[in-house]
Ligand binder design. Structure first.
Ligand code: IPM
Ligand code: MG
Length: 372
């Protein structure tokens, strides 16, 4: 049996607690793996000016998969960074290391399943089973942003089109630009991944989420590419919705949705909405998947106010580990882990605070391990 190399990236805050809990179930499953710790997060930004140090990038280049906890992703102003002794005078900008990791390793699929497990008191409805395919490297996350618009850029803009002439009278500090950049390749590969998944898992429908009526260039490209790709999958139903209407329909009729595909930011928003309908971020699991590497994580953040209390729900991370097992091809283990998790949810004897209980993070993980 193959011995897997798994990068273990707890990150900040409760990321450490949920990863510790997940280790309990992976150890019980006896997955033949070496877990290799990697430094990531706020601590390394403060100490080294780099939240994703090169040694962690090197590690990620040499593993089969990674489990990631959580990191601080707050916006940090240049003046705040100046107050951190190690960063003084360096003019560094904090960028969320998870976003960087997704782009650096071209983890273009953000796979986010949301399933209502029977017996979960937090379910909005019991018949929700939605799988989100979120594009994970482009769109408004491209990182091409200007909070002081350089003159070269404003000159080009004002020359390009009449309505842009108004920028001529503004100084670079008076406006900001965040570029939404989508490529044909970027659209096509995520849409194809969603359709391939639908075929493989006997799903009926792939709904594309967009705002092509207003954001005509980028969302138009996404929607047109969807229509082209869909022709290759005649057995799968097609469907589309504008992002605004989608939030409304999803809340009204979540059981009508099956597989969703969306550009990066809409996928980010909709996947939180989906997670809330099956129990909140304590149940939201996520896989960042590329051709060579995949990084699995809970969708929640580092929750500093809960850190040290061992009270947050580890199920999101345990379900992320289940996704990792699937991705590694360990289907039998993945199935056992999901069944054990579903049983513990359904029995309702061990519950963390979000589910109305008072059990600790590791107690819930141990209850799941006991079922394995
Ligand atoms: C997510 C998170 C991240 C994102 C943050 C932490 C940068 O919200 O994984 O959904 O926006 O992608
Ligand atoms: Mg999010």
């Amino acid at each position: 049996m193959k011995k897997y190399k798994i990068a273990w990236l707890p990150g900040d805050g409760v990321g450490i607690e949920v990863l510790d809990a997940t280790k309990i179930v992976l150890d019980k499953l006896e997955l033949n793996a070496e877990y290799i710790h990697g430094d990531i997060g706020w601590e390394f930004w403060c100490k080294e000016g780099d939240a994703l140090p090169q040694r962690t990038i090197d590690l990620l280049n040499n593993v089969d998969a990674a489990m990631f906890g959580a990191i601080t992703s707050k916006p940090v102003k240049a003046a705040e960074a100046e107050l951190i002794p190690a960063l003084k005078g360096k003019g560094l900008i904090y960028r969320s290391p998870i976003v960087r990791m997704r782009q650096l390793f071209d983890l273009y699929i953000c796979l986010r399943p949301t399933k209502a497990y029977p017996g979960n008191p937090l379910n909005f409805r019991d018949d929700i089973d939605i799988v989100m395919f979120r594009e994970n490297t482009e769109d408004l996350y491209s990182g091409v942003e200007f909070n002081t618009v350089p003159k070269e850029l404003s000159d080009v803009l004002t020359k390009l089109s009449k309505p842009f002439a108004k920028f001529k009278d503004l100084s670079g500090e008076d406006y900001a630009i965040s570029c939404k950049i989508n490529t044909k390749l970027g659209c096509e590969r995520i849409i194809r991944a969603a359709f391939d998944f639908a075929v493989k898992h006997n799903r009926k429908k792939v709904t594309v989420v967009h705002k092509a009526n207003v954001v005509r260039a980028t969302d138009g490209l996404f929607f047109e590419t969807y229509k082209e790709v869909a022709k290759d999958y005649p057995t799968i139903q097609t469907d589309d919705a504008n992002i605004d209407a989608m939030t409304m329909w999803l809340l009204k009729n979540p059981m009508n949705y099956d597989v969703l595909v969306a550009p990066n930011l809409y996928g980010d928003i909709i996947s939180d909405l989906c997670a809330q309908m099956v129990g909140g971020l304590g149940f939201g699991c996520s896989g960042n998947i590329g051709e060579k590497l995949a990084v699995f994580e809970p969708t929640h953040g580092s929750a500093p106010k809960y850190f040290g209390q061992n009270k947050v729900n580890p199920i999101a991370t345990i379900l992320a580990a289940k996704m990792m097992l699937d991705w590694l091809g360990e289907k039998e283990m993945a199935g056992r882990l999901e069944n054990a998790t579903a049983q513990v949810i359904n029995e309702g004897k061990i519950r963390t605070y979000d589910m109305g209980g008072s059990n600790k993070t590791y107690e819930l993980a141990q209850a799941i391990a006991d079922k394995l």
